[in-house]
Write a protein that binds this ligand. Sequence first.
Ligand code: SF4
Length: 181
Amino acid sequence: MESYIQISKLNDFVFCPMSLYFHSFYEDYSQKIYHQKAQTEGKMKHENIDRGTYSTAKRYLQGTAVYSCKYNLMGKIDIFDQETGFLIERKNKVKKIYDGYKFQLWAQMFCLEEMGFEVKKLFVHSLSDNKRYEVEKPKGIDEFQFGQMIKQMENFDLLNFNRKANLNKCTKCIYCELCNQ
Ligand code: SF4
């Protein structure tokens, strides 16, 4: 079992803790498929090109691994501009800022700060329509809630999860067919 929490899983957990299980399952499954199918590899490369390189200037950290001992987190940032202090997470298409996006950026920010960087502003950037959304930096109560969520992730008990609390999300969930809760 992992001793740290991956930042990329926060979004799933916020949507539904149960989906973490399916996310992990498909992560392994998908990797095997990628190794077997050339066309899928091509698609992956295309997606990488789509995401592109932001800039070669040294002021930008891109895809840098970050970690936080305080929150037991590890992951990668998308872009951090060391001159402006702007932390940017690019996503293909953004219609609204979900809590999961916010928590992901906060997690990246906590990691960067613990590593000695000064983060001034947070943004989600929608690539398809080139829109940028600012996400407020966490205040005291936000930090408390963030810490609580991390504790819930650490202590999550799959077998005793009560799906009823999440029923309104099940119809929109990509794991709905598989989830026999
Ligand atoms: S189907 Fe419902 S309970 Fe199952 S993972 Fe999706 S949202 Fe969660």
